[in-house]
Every structure is written in C-alpha cells, then in structure tokens.
Design a binder for this molecule. Structure first.
Ligand code: PRT
Ligand code: ZN
Length: 226
C-alpha cells in the first residue's frame, strides 16, 4: 500500500577501498548489519534501512535514478558520472549530505620519469590513458590543451610502457604505483574524498526522519576521529 513507509536504501561499495570505512561508519552510527553473508542486500536489524552492496561505479547512477536513497562513493566517480550524464542529457541530480573523512586521493597526470615535462602544454598532441575521460577532458579544455584520450577501465599505469599512451591520468594516494611503473606525477587535476549523497525528491517523512537521526551521529563520529 502507498501509505506504508519504505525502508531507506543505502548503496555502498561491496568490496574495495571504500567498503571497510563505509561499514565502520554505519557501525559507529549504531546500525546493526550482518555483512558476513555475501548478499546484495543486507537488512539493518535495528532500523528501517537496507544496505545495497554494489560496484562503486554503479552508486552515482543508483542514487541519480532514485533507485537508492543514499550512497557512499568517491567524488571522482560521482563527478565523472555527472559529466557523462550531462553530455547524454540524462538526470544527474543529487545532494551531498556530507564529505567524509576517508577515501582520500587525487586524480593526477603522470608521465615517464625520464620525460622532460615543462607544464600541461607539453601534452599537446599527446595520447593520455585514463579511467576518467570526462574529468580529464574538462581539465584539458580549461587548459587549452589538445590531447587524445584513451579510455581504459584498468591497468592504466602500464599504458605508457605498453606503448598505448604517452601519459596517464590516474588516481594516486601514496605514489607507490606510479613509482613502480617508472612514472612521475606532474599535475593534480582533481582532489577526491568519499561523500555521502542523497537522491533528489526524497519526501517520505519516515525516511527523512531516519536521515535526520543519522546525520548528527555521522558528524559526531567524524568529530571524534579528528
Ligand atoms: O570493484 P569496484 O568497481 O567497486 O572497485 P574499484 O576497483 O573500481 O575501486 P577501488 O576499490 O580501487 O577504489 C574505490 C575508490 O577509492 C576510488 O574511486 C577512489 O575514490 C578511492 N581511492 C582512494 C582510490 C585510491 N585511494 C587509490 N589509490 N582508488 C584507487 N586507487 C588506486 C589507483 O587507481 C592506483 O591503481 O591505487 C593505485 C595508486 O595507489 P598508490 O598508493 O600506489 O598511489
Ligand atoms: Zn569501480
């Protein structure tokens, strides 16, 4: 029945760099979840919440299409999806409820260590491999650089050695991966953290109440971690 309130659906990364911290955040907000089962949906035992465990790349779309109410995802993935949807004239609306204190990384351009890099203009006419073609294209356009973008879903860091590209644009945290592949970071184009987002048009009063209960807890947990 239409009057019956739906459970709040939160999307999180199933396994990867954001999943442990996302789980820990939920736990410290008092959500009792049994995540040991390899299930897509985990029911929160003590609140009207379901946790959806998916690939991080699917989270922006699930929230923007209104399939999930909340989601935790990296700003890099969120912004890339937004740019893509703008181009495709698809809906790309969402609200950021909180910028979180994990998942920090930067999206950077890197070139072979022996390369003489004198600034972004030296990428003119070059080929750059990346998993983030829209973010890279936006940056290159802002900088007035004309380069060819090769879209790779993985193994971006081996592209120069494999002769597929002159440079790469990839996520960096410690820099160890770049170093191990004979590359040097030359330009940071985007700084990212995990964010908690909410879909547009969420009006169910029970669900809104639940979010209003969660937010102070999230803020409290983050303050305690500072
Ligand atoms: O399976 P699924 O699609 O869900 O996961 P995924 O493999 O696409 O993503 P995952 O788990 O690798 O990353 C999820 C999110 O974590 C990213 O979208 C970022 O927001 C964030 N994050 C933070 C990172 C990194 N740090 C990071 N270092 N994502 C990826 N990396 C990779 C980077 O691509 C490179 O291969 O780690 C390597 C570089 O690390 P350093 O420490 O060697 O510099
Ligand atoms: Zn992914």
């Amino acid at each position: 029945p239409a009057t019956e309130s739906k459970r709040l659906r939160i999307a999180m990364q199933k396994s990867g760099r954001l999943s442990v911290d996302s789980q820990a955040l939920f736990a410290s907000c008092g959500l009792k979840i049994n995540l040991r089962e390899q299930r897509l949906i985990a029911h929160v035992e003590n609140m009207d919440i379901d946790i959806l465990r998916v690939r991080d790349d699917d989270i922006p779309g699930l929230v923007m299409d209104g399939v999930c109410d909340l989601g935790i995802v990296g700003e890099n993935v969120l912004e890339e999806e937004s740019l893509q949807r703008k181009m495709d004239n698809d809906s790309f609306d969402y609200t950021v409820l909180k910028r979180l204190d994990f998942g920090g990384c930067r999206l950077s351009i890197a070139v072979p260590q022996e390369e003489d890099y004198t600034g972004v203009a030296s990428l003119d006419g070059k080929t750059i491999a990346t998993t983030y073609p829209r973010l890279l294209a936006r940056y290159l356009k802002e900088q007035g650089v004309n380069a060819r973008i090769v879209n790779l879903k993985g193994s971006v860091e081996v592209a120069p050695r494999a002769g597929l590209a002159d440079a790469i644009c990839d996520l960096v945290s410690t820099g160890a991966t770049l170093e191990a592949n004979g590359l040097k970071e030359v330009d940071v184009i985007y700084r990212s953290k995990a964010v908690l987002i909410q879909r547009k048009g969420l009006t169910d009063s029970k669900q809104l109440q639940l979010i209003n209960k969660l937010m102070p807890r999230i803020n409290g947990v983050m303050q305690a971690n500072e």
